[in-house]
Design a protein around this ligand. Structure first.
Ligand code: ATP
Ligand code: MG
Length: 310
């Protein structure tokens, strides 16, 4: 497979503060890649380097086959960027925004392109209304529609769903799925693990300017020990008694609704010993299940911090 983006050892500092350190990854053509990280991790800085808005201090990168330092104009011809903050013109209508970009990019039939995009993004009815009357979700969709004019090979989306309610977010997810189905390479950043899980073929976790883990969602989940057992008890008192018995041998966390989550190495021996321990203490769980690791667990494991702690 051919790479649409190839980044090697990118670094960037502001004054003496190093914000990107040795960042490398590659994104295959026609796939969705998510750069996952918390506030200040360096996501926008990475996007700004790859889209040639700023220069890296060290390292190299190629986008759509062109070196970003040597051929920035070629790179710009092949890509589009939807920034972290919407870039639509509020004084114009939705259609006018699209026509403007169509003309700027010398699209042959910008009226038809605009009409197609309005339909594709569910903005037909609102097309001739001022954008100032659009909801946040509609504005963001228009922003992405604008970025597709001229059929870029690679599209960069910086936090495409931040600030969205669940409905608008699901709609944006559908939009991004459709882009990917159409063969566009999508590079997106997100702070949300479930978003990376939902959308991305490959994920890189960026933490304090470094890639601390990368792979598919299921590869990343394998970084977390396989054997999380969740036990539910009749009441909290029983749960606490179980925690006392099992806590001697196993790491555990107490959860809502009298639950107890035990970390095992996934072997039958450990799982068996948990149930033997409960039986010996005459404690009956009302329910038990094996929990599959989430990307949240991965984030905790590779960064050493829970996102809530930050
Ligand atoms: N022009 C600049 N001058 C100085 N420091 C900067 C500049 N731009 C970014 N930084 C710093 O670099 C670090 C990474 O910033 P960046 O915007 O890339 O993070 P981010 O992952 O996009 O965060 P967010 O999720 O908040 O958008 C931050 O500590 C930020 O303060
Ligand atoms: Mg950012």
């Amino acid at each position: 497979m051919e790479a649409a983006i190839e980044a090697k050892s990118l670094s960037k500092s502001y004054k003496n503060v190093s914000v990107l350190k040795d960042v490398s990854f590659s994104v295959q053509k026609g796939t969705v890649f998510a750069l996952l990280g918390s506030n200040g991790a360096g996501k926008t800085t990475t996007i700004n380097i790859l889209t040639t808005l700023i220069k890296a201090d060290g390292g190299t990168a190629a986008v759509a086959g062109y070196d970003i330092a040597a051929r920035p104009h070629k790179v710009r011809n092949e890509i589009s960027l939807t920034g972290q903050f919407a870039a639509v013109d509020n004084r114009l209508t939705g259609r006018e925004n699209l026509l403007l970009i169509g003309d700027l990019r010398h699209v042959a039939d910008s009226a038809k392109t605009a009409a197609d995009l309005l339909r594709r993004f569910g903005l037909e009815e609102a097309a001739d209304r001022g954008v100032s009357t659009f909801s946040g979700g509609m504005r963001r969709r228009l922003d992405i529609a604008m970025s597709l004019i001229g059929s870029p090979a690679v599209i960069f989306l910086d936090e495409p769903t931040t600030g969205f309610d669940p409905e608008a977010r699901n709609e944006m997810w559908r939009t991004i799925h459709k882009l990917a189905e159409g063969g566009t390479t999508v590079f997106l950043t997100t702070q949300h693990l479930e978003e990376a899980d939902e959308l991305a073929d490959d994920i890189a976790v960026l933490h304090q300017g470094r890639i601390v883990a990368s792979g598919t969602a299921s590869e990343l989940k394998k970084l977390v020990p396989g054997g999380l057992i969740e036990l539910t008890f009749h009441d909290e008192e029983t749960r606490d008694a179980a925690a006392k018995v099992l806590g001697k041998s196993y790491a555990h966390t107490e959860g809502e609704g009298a639950t107890l989550t035990i970390t095992t190495d996934g072997t039958v021996a450990q799982v068996a010993s948990i149930f033997v321990g409960l039986e010996d203490a005459r404690i009956e769980p009302t329910e038990f299940s094996q929990k599959v690791a989430t990307l949240d667990d991965v984030f905790l494991k590779v960064t050493g911090t829970s996102r809530e702690d930050e």
